[in-house]
Write a protein that binds this ligand. Structure first.
Ligand code: SF4
Ligand code: SF4
Length: 436
């Protein structure tokens, strides 16, 4: 068997059995939705509504003329009761539109399906942009920007990332199982929008049922130029550059992007969102979130409206156990720790992990023993220990020379460090200082 994989990486316990067999459940829309105007990479949106306005689900309520950005939409119907800075899972606070529900769940979209095959490339990009679709794997990069590479970049392959290599998370797994047809149509739409003739869906080997579902879907059309490929189970297999290396055997050079080696990568969740926006005319108002961890009573995969507080999701899963110690947005490797459950679900919320107090690492940081573990697992082939040392000594330009900006903050180095050095924390600090 060909080994579809990449350099370095680690093998943490995947801890997915708590939710991998659980069907996606719809969570009741919240009584109050908090919609941040910044949920994506790029410019923050301006509010398009004012306090007192009545809005419907899917109505655009925030936008900007800046190209690298994505509009936001009302995710419940009701009344705008405030526009003010609110707690945000990635920032301390962010300007947000707060909507109080009228409990009617009235939508602002047409119900007739659209025939995507009749659409021109620019029409698809426009629809995707207007629907506020962003990458749902975590980075929330606006999808219409990804679909618009410069003319001189020749793209030959569109890759869908179904690896879901983060431990605990199963939202993409369930999506591929329950919505395989829509995911594949989404990829066909993405290929049409970019004029790319070849598609590949990469799925880690620990999801054989999802692999079969997607393969069955593809096999319905013998002329479809889409392959589904089984990938080695290894973290971070789902990172863009590692996925390209594994599937196409192409290296994305330092400082360059997937399009520089002829590829575009999107998450399977993004493909589904593209399908919904183009065919169902539905803007990105909800997403699937895995609520999991030993600190929550009944882990689930939930379809939730953007803007729903984390606390609602945890309650819907039976609540947090007494021994719960830490809430993380995302998985344990790349997730962001939260200091409250009052933050809203945003477009990039793939999971909510509730850890117990015992699981929270509080071991003291020790001195580097130069074991080299971190360098041997770093998929970017940089030297995390040397970079960390430069940052500790405030030598940020040196850290840059050693590859600081190539770091994708996957956390593999910190995972294997016997000295408990929070390498990613230092790296994030180094990047911030370098920007300044
Ligand atoms: S240095 Fe960055 S890319 Fe390399 S293992 Fe550590 S976090 Fe991952
Ligand atoms: S793994 Fe930790 S102790 Fe070993 S070289 Fe890297 S930073 Fe130092």
């Amino acid at each position: 068997m060909i080994n579809f994989s990449f350099y370095g990486g680690i093998h943490p316990e995947d801890s997915k059995t708590g939710t991998s067999a659980k069907k996606i459940l719809n969570l009741r829309p919240p009584k109050k939705a908090i919609i941040p105007l910044q949920q994506h990479t790029g410019a923050v949106c301006e509010p398009l509504v004012k306090i007192g306005d009545i809005v419907k689900v899917g109505q655009k309520i925030g936008d900007t003329k800046t190209f690298v950005s994505a509009p936001v939409h009302a995710t419940i119907s009701g009344k705008v009761i405030d526009i003010s800075p609110m707690l945000h899972p990635l920032e301390t606070k962010a300007l947000s539109i707060i909507i109080e529900s009228d409990e009617a769940d009235t939508w602002a979209i047409e119900e007739t399906k659209r025939d995507w095959k009749t659409l021109k490339q620019e029409e698809i990009k426009h629809i995707v942009r207007e629907a506020g679709v962003v990458g749902l794997g975590g980075a929330a990069f606006p999808t219409h920007v990804k679909l618009s590479p410069p003319e001189n970049k020749k793209i030959d392959t569109y890759i869908l990332n179904g690896a879901e290599c983060e431990p605990f998370l199963t939202a993409d797994h369930r999506l591929m199982l329950e919505y395989a047809e829509q995911v594949v149509i989404g990829l066909k739409i993405l290929m049409k929008a970019t004029g790319v003739k070849k598609g590949i869906i990469g799925i880690e080997r620990n999801k054989p049922d999802a692999f079969r579902k997607i393969a069955d879907e593809i096999n319905k059309e013998p002329d479809l130029n889409i392959d589904v490929i089984s990938l080695k189970v290894k973290y971070p297999q789902g990172a863009e550059k590692q996925l390209i290396k594994a599937l196409l055997k192409r290296e994305v050079p330092s400082g360059e992007l997937p399009m520089d080696v002829g590829a575009i990568v999107s998450n399977v969740g993004t493909s589904f969102a593209v399908y919904e926006s183009v065919v169902e005319r539905k803007p990105l108002v909800e997403r699937i979130v895995t609520v999991t961890g030993k600190g929550v009573r009944n882990p689930q995969n939930l379809r939730v409206r953007i803007g729903t507080p984390f606390s609602n999701l945890i309650e819907a899963c039976g609540g947090a156990k007494e021994e719960a110690g830490k809430i993380i947005m995302g998985g344990p490797m790349m997730g962001i720790a939260q200091y409250t459950a009052d933050v809203p679900v945003i477009k990039g919320t793939s999971g909510i992990l509730v850890q117990t107090k015992n699981e929270v690492c509080d071991k003291p940081e020790e001195c580097c023993i130069r074991c080299g573990n971190c360098a041997s697992v770093c998929p970017m082939k940089i030297l995390p220990n040397v970079i960390t040392n430069s940052i500790k000594n405030e030598r940020f330009e040196d850290a840059k020379e050693y590859g600081l900006l190539d770091c994708m903050e996957c956390g593999a180095c910190a995972y294997v460090c016997p000295a408990n050095i929070p390498i990613v924390k230092y790296i994030k600090y180094g990047k911030t200082r370098l920007k300044k």
